[in-house]
Design a protein around this ligand. Structure first.
Ligand code: HMG
Ligand code: MG
Length: 298
């Protein structure tokens, strides 16, 4: 199959990237990161998360972050909302798009959001209803689609089932998350192919953590399957606090470099994005995880 001519990048660095950081990061630093990302040509930035501050302390300042960002009209600034409490807080903070997050693994669902998969879907129903009433779009995540830190292999059928339910409940786009980065290209392609039998490809996104260094290969395999939306994180920041050992998302810079080489348009200025990645890495006091940025620096 021919590759798509355009890819939409969902920049999850300010949320997925920072949520696992142990050191305190100020609201001002988060706002600066989001505003710098806004200058790179990105059209979608996941800027925070309205979850329990006891569970994910780093995201506690998300309301302030949203209140302070100088938002650009052409950019969607989204937030995670696991329940009505989160959704209401997000609406108060002026968030324009939200995401709910489920898992294909029962154990991960329990560890991450303290309920079963079935109960999580019940919790999302009022969120989707309220969002619909207020004209707010809802993205849906499925975690552990290619493996679980507690259960190991996850059956593709379990992924299809949860993804389909989220889509039928009204999520406009389903992001399939390889939370611990164990997937390989063939399995990733097969999974997306299977899910695309119940959800159109234009409504599916790939969310690859890069723990085993397979994310770019997985994205390439998904491109060949006709998937054209990918989540990534500037400087490869991140990890999930409830998936021990899982490293960050694939670095946005590395994805853009690969897509540029394939002649696929993203609208993102790679040089500017590299600068943003180096900036946030300096704020965090460590080297960037982007191979492209490291090579560029050398
Ligand atoms: P719970 O303890 O079952 O919730 O947590 P509860 O309804 O029983 O409430 C207990 C307490 O939490 C109460 O406070 C509530 O007010 C508070 P208390 O009375 O004890 O002081 N609470 C909240 N506070 C703020 N915002 C809220 C909220 N809801 C309840 N929305 C809950 C359930 C879902 C809240 C909890 O488990 C939680 O916050 N989990 C965080 C999960 C998380 O953020 N994980 C990381 C993001 S997911 C991810 O990274 C994967 C992804 O990237 C894709 C991939 O890679 O696969 C998306
Ligand atoms: Mg993630």
């Amino acid at each position: 199959m021919s590759l798509p001519s355009h890819v939409r990048i969902v920049e999850v660095g300010p949320r997925d990237g920072l949520q696992n950081e142990k050191q305190p990061i100020s609201v001002a630093d988060k706002v600066t990161l989001i505003e710098k990302l806004s200058q790179t040509g990105l059209s979608y930035i996941e800027a925070g998360s309205f979850v329990s501050p006891k569970w994910v302390p780093q995201m506690a300042g998300s309301a302030e972050v949203f209140q302070h960002i100088q938002s650009a009209d052409h950019i969607t600034y989204a937030a995670l909302t696991p329940n009505m409490q989160g959704f209401e807080a997000a609406m108060q903070a002026g968030v324009s798009e939200v995401a709910v997050f489920a898992a294909a693994s029962e154990s991960f669902s329990q560890k991450n959001i303290n309920c079963s998969i079935a109960d999580s879907l019940i919790r999302f129903q009022p969120v989707l209803a309220a969002a619909k009433q207020q004209g707010v779009k809802v993205r849906g995540y499925v975690s552990c689609v290619l493996g679980c830190p507690y259960e190991g292999n996850i059956a593709a059928e379990a992924v299809v089932d949860v993804a389909q339910q989220l889509y039928e409940m009204g999520c406009y786009e389903i992001s399939l998350g390889d939370t611990i980065g164990v997937g390989t290209a063939k399995k990733a392609a097969q999974l997306f192919n299977k899910v695309s039998q119940v959800i159109p490809k234009a409504h599916l996104a790939g969310h690859f953590h890069d723990t085993y260094g397979q994310a770019l290969a997985n994205i390439y395999a998904c491109l060949q399957e006709g998937i054209h939306i990918f989540d990534s994180s500037v400087a490869g920041l991140g990890g999930c606090p409830y998936a021990k050992g899982a490293s960050g998302n694939v670095a946005s810079e590395d994805v853009i470099y690969m897509l540029n080489g394939l002649g696929i348009n993203t609208g993102v200025d790679l040089d500017k994005l590299i600068q943003v990645g180096l900036h946030i890495s300096a704020v965090l006091g460590r080297e960037t995880n982007s191979r492209v940025a490291r090579a560029w620096q050398a």
